[in-house]
Design a protein around this ligand. Structure first.
Ligand code: SF4
Length: 266
């Protein structure tokens, strides 16, 4: 593991469970587990939505063709496993309905222009050897209102969160936004979470107070320094913890595929 580069997925996994972080990002990175159905669906959904945001897919017919040509059916598991195939069919139906619905009524930033799609941004924390990195599903620039909008797509409902205690992903995105400030001199940042379902598209808008970010910044750096120091420590599982069953390996796969050329362009 690169001990200088950190992503929100890594930080949030570390904060949830140090052993899970150690297994996912430190020890087992050479032997990734098989991707699960949720991860494959989310990844496919993001790639297809990126094509919509780039203006390459605009009609239901184009979307049907894209799904037919790119659906990763072979990655779901063995053909002779009934349960795997049921999950595969269920996933395909969901994605087919969600994307053919989404292409007809995609989320469009009001008075804004999409200026980045699947864009990876990395920056060094001043006076440290720490680099932070994240990938933005889409970024929109609202020139008139001088607002930069980060758009994030998801399938499952958002877990409740308290903006007084923002997650690492908010803090990191807020920090990385400064890298874009010279090109897009924003005065306000907007976080938009778009839930894509088989028959609906629901955006949720969140604004984060800059003072709150500053308040939690020192804690974030403290956590990262703990992560750097956590090498070769043996962790025990907490008794009767079942969290790993709930966590999928998306974060690991996303990290390992972060440099995939198909998924990164402005
Ligand atoms: S089972 Fe619980 S304690 Fe063990 S690694 Fe997973 S999250 Fe951590």
């Amino acid at each position: 593991m690169d001990r200088t580069l950190f992503s929100p997925a890594m930080i949030e996994t570390f904060l949830s469970c140090k052993k899970a972080f150690d297994s996912a990002f430190v020890r087992d990175t050479e032997n990734p587990k098989l991707a699960n159905a949720h991860y494959l669906c989310k990844k496919f959904l993001l790639k297809a939505i990126a094509e919509i945001n780039r203006g390459k897919i605009t009609t239901v017919a184009q979307m049907q063709k894209y799904i037919g040509q790119n659906w990763p059916g072979d990655k779901f598991g063995p053909d002779n496993n009934e349960k795997v195939q049921e999950k595969h069919i269920e996933s395909f139906r969901f994605i087919y309905r969600a994307l053919t619905n989404y292409v007809s009524k995609p989320y469009k930033p009001k008075d804004g222009q999409i200026i980045g799609v699947n864009l990876k941004v990395r920056a060094r924390v001043p006076h440290t050897k720490i680099y932070l990195e994240d990938t933005f599903d889409a970024i929109a620039w609202h020139k008139e209102s001088k607002q930069l909008e980060f758009i994030d797509y998801h399938i499952n409902p958002l877990k409740p969160f308290d903006l007084a205690w923002p997650k690492a992903s908010f803090l990191v995105k807020h920090f990385l936004a400064e890298r874009l400030h010279s090109r897009f001199p924003f005065q306000k940042l907007l976080f938009t979470f778009v839930q894509v379902q088989s028959e609906s598209v629901t955006p949720n808008f969140v604004e984060l107070d800059k003072n709150i970010v500053q308040l939690h910044w020192a804690d974030l750096l403290k956590t990262i320094n703990e992560m750097k120091a956590s090498q070769n420590i043996s962790y025990e599982c907490k008794p009767s913890c079942k969290l790993c069953q709930l966590l999928d390996n998306s974060a690991v796969n996303e990290t390992q595929e972060a440099n995939h050329p198909l998924s990164r362009s402005a």
